[in-house]
Design a protein around this ligand. Structure first.
Ligand SMILES: Nc1nc2c(ncn2[C@@H]2O[C@H](COP(=O)(O)OP(=O)(O)OP(=O)(O)O)[C@@H](O)[C@H]2O)c(=O)[nH]1
Ligand SMILES: [Mg+2]
Length: 242
């Protein structure tokens, strides 16, 4: 199985090199695509250097003109991966909230499942160092989406995921409507609607230690409305299987 991981970065200069080292330590044969949105802290320069030296042939960089959002970064990454011969396409954050030690078991599960979710909300999973408020918002958001959309999965907003390429080919990544947190809900929902097998693997999610948070209130509003829109348009997301 040829594997790749997409890591989107915006001002992650303190995290990215160590993150990449840990990813390759855990999965030596994985390819990583970094999508950087012209980070003011020049994260892309660090990555550029590593593509030419230490990680030549297994690290790739797409540098975009400016901050275009995490959702469109993943879409660009999905398209990049689908245009090449990867069988497994993963995504994770650069800030160590997603511990690379989980990658081997996630890729292993992808041999029998079509989408693997790193899940905070199954037995053995959890979050550390989060305020009660953030815990409630996150847990409530997943529960809200689970109920409205009728999904059996428990962590619908997490961004630590691995897809089989067939899933991304089927759900039409260029038609994804969300830009913020609901992006994760949308891809999992469309995967589920198309009959793919989804596995949740417990992860302990750790709050970012270095770098600055990009949370905002608008993102939540979008998510609440987007979930309703996804439910309403449910039938149009079911594609004929290839
Ligand atoms: N390319 C790109 N990457 C982004 C953008 N926004 C966030 N990211 C990256 O996406 C990942 C997740 O973003 P975070 O800022 O960690 O979001 P979060 O985990 O919800 O919030 P904090 O950890 O509290 O900051 C990180 O690797 C970010 O650097 C963006 O607009 N473009
Ligand atoms: Mg984060």
């Amino acid at each position: 199985m040829k594997k790749m991981i997409i890591i989107a970065t915006y001002n992650e200069k303190d995290n990215i090199e160590k993150m990449l080292a840990e990813v390759y330590e855990n999965v030596p044969d994985v390819h990583v695509l970094v999508i950087d949105d012209n980070s003011p802290d020049k994260t892309y320069e660090i990555v550029e250097n590593l593509t030419a030296t230490k990680y030549s042939g297994k690290l790739f960089l797409i540098k975009r003109a400016g901050k275009l959002g995490l959702g469109t970064a993943y879409v660009a990454g999905f398209n990049w991966g689908l245009a090449r011969d990867y069988d497994a396409i993963g995504q994770m954050d650069a800030d160590f909230s997603h511990n690379p030690k989980y990658l081997p078991s996630m890729f292993e599960a992808l041999k029998t499942y079509d989408l693997v979710l790193g899940s905070r909300y199954v037995a053995g999973g959890g979050v550390v160092n989060w305020s009660l408020k953030r815990k409630l918002i996150s847990r409530g958001g997943s529960l809200y989406a689970k109920i409205i959309l009728g999904l059996p999965q428990n962590d619908l907003t997490g961004g630590f995921k691995c897809f089989r390429r067939e899933v991304l080919e089927t759900i039409d990544v260029n038609q994804l409507k969300s830009t913020g947190y609901s992006f994760q809900i949308e891809t999992t929902y469309k995967t589920y609607l198309n009959g793919f097998k989804i596995k949740e693997i417990p992860i302990i999610f750790e709050d970012r230690v270095l770098g600055v948070s990009k949370m905002s209130g608008n993102i939540f509003k979008e998510a609440i409305l987007m979930v309703l829109a996804l439910r309403k348009n449910r039938d149009s997301f079911i594609k004929p299987r290839k």
